[in-house]
Design a protein around this ligand. Structure first.
Ligand code: SPD
Length: 433
């Protein structure tokens, strides 16, 4: 072999080795925006090095919409090591073979926070994801909550807010915010529309979470088209602020955003409240997973474990308003508020928590849980939902839109040509003179 060729090959090998070892020192985390106390990230880097003797740098990126995150993972263009999808997306990833099983046995016992701190309720929800594969082996819940209505009691009564009908109540037109999350809006609206069937036992809440029929999608679409004119904004993350500033008075939102908004508003003297409407709603959780294309499984596994350390879970809760899925008593104790009425949280923390003074917006009581259900993946039918969502919001271009755009382009071209020809004529006649 020629000397130059040997040198090139050696250089290529060195580059490959250095690339792979660089990647071993990087942990790519993809999480929802406003969903962590970012000061825990450098702490993780220090903790990881102290525990393993290996250095690590966290590269942290965020998303606002489940479907945006999913499409990046499905295309396989991104090698994130840890991501935080919602329940029905975890189900989809599981069904499509996009997840790595989690190997927590590889974490030393004395720092294995995951197995110590699982809530029985959350474990059960994971089992409900897919009867054939235990999702507990592929994901660890991070935060959880309900979908409901944040409202301003100065303008909206508890009775008005206690039904999903409020989102099309003309009294609040122009002051209603809707989460830009198709599944989280579809579920509650369908539950509302199917009240008679639910009450008569013809259908269950759980069955509705799988209902992607054309008929149901059309019914929800018709309903949302009535809602649309009164909508102040379809928001991924700005709804809570609009509520604290008093621009919105009703917001279809998640309980974590409600906690944040209620606390922020109180600081400026605005009173806000949150309710899960009587007809029922969705309960959800977001969980850490390691995608199939991950490159640093060891650091990813340690990261998930670190997120389950009770003090870290508490800090993330305090920062974001969302409720940790961690079932440790330490987490519950950090949320005790003697001004609240005692509620029964034994479903979540076990029998010791049958009467605890905790804010019910944070931890819903059993009655709320009983009228909520978990969303499920729709597979191919998801496309139908996304198309409906675009039609409702009006951010899709129809054939008519293209005709209008075409006419505008032709008109503009005619104007430009006319102007150019008349300029040319003027130029020629002035030359002749
Ligand atoms: N700002 C981050 C909010 C994340 C909330 N996730 C809720 C998902 C419900 N499907």
């Amino acid at each position: 072999m020629k000397k130059s060729r040997v040198l090139i090959m050696a250089a290529m090998l060195a580059a490959a080795v250095s690339c792979s070892s660089d990647r071993d020192q990087i942990l790519k985390v993809y999480n929802w925006s406003d969903y962590i106390d970012e000061s825990v990230l450098p702490e993780f880097e220090e903790w990881y090095e102290a525990r393993t003797g290996e250095s690590i740098k966290v590269v942290y990126q965020t998303f606002d919409v489940n479907e945006t995150m999913l499409s990046k993972i499905e295309k396989g263009h991104e090698d994130y090591d840890v991501v935080c999808p919602s329940d029905y997306i975890i189900e989809r990833m599981l069904n499509n073979g996009l997840l790595q099983p989690l190997d927590f046995a590889s974490i030393p016992d004395e720092i294995n926070y995951i197995s110590l701190n699982k809530s029985p309720y959350i474990q059960g929800m994971f089992r409900d994801i897919n009867p054939a594969i235990d999702a507990n082996d592929y994901s660890v819940a991070y935060m959880w909550g309900t979908t409901g209505i944040i409202y301003n009691p100065a303008e909206v009564t508890a009775e008005e807010a206690g039904t999903w009908d409020i989102i099309r109540n003309p009294k609040f037109a122009g002051r209603i915010l809707i989460k830009d999350a198709p599944r989280d809006v579809y579920g509650p609206v369908l539950i509302y529309l199917k009240q008679d069937e639910l009450k008569s036992g013809k259908v269950t809440l759980q069955e509705l979470m799988h209902d992607s029929s054309d008929e149901s999608i059309a019914a929800v679409e018709a309903y949302l088209k009535q809602v649309k004119d009164g909508v102040l904004g379809w928001e991924a993350d700005f709804g809570k602020e609009q509520m604290t500033k008093g621009r919105g008075v009703v917001s279809l939102n998640w309980s974590g955003d409600a906690v944040w908004a209620i606390e922020e508003a109180a600081e400026v003297g605005v009173d806000l409240a949150y309710v899960v409407p009587e007809e029922g709603s969705t309960v959800w959780f977001d969980g850490w997973v390691i995608p199939k294309y991950a490159k640093n499984i060891k650091a990813a596994t340690y990261f998930i474990d670190f997120m389950c350390r009770p003090d870290i879970a508490i800090r993330n809760m305090e920062e974001t308003g969302y409720v940790s899925a961690n079932g440790a008593m330490e987490v519950l104790e950090s949320q005790i508020d003697d001004e609240c009425e005692p509620i029964d949280l034994s479903y979540f923390f076990g029998p010791e928590a049958d009467s605890v003074c905790v804010d019910p917006v944070l931890y819903p009581d059993q009655a709320v849980i009983d009228r909520c259900a978990l969303e499920h993946d729709w597979g191919q039918d998801t496309e139908k939902l996304l198309a409906m969502w675009s039609r409702v919001k009006g951010d899709n271009a129809t054939g008519f839109t293209y005709v209008i755009i075409g006419l505008v382009v032709v008109a503009a071209a005619v104007l430009v040509i006319r102007k150019a020809t008349s300029k040319n004529r003027r130029h020629k006649s002035s030359k002749r003179r």
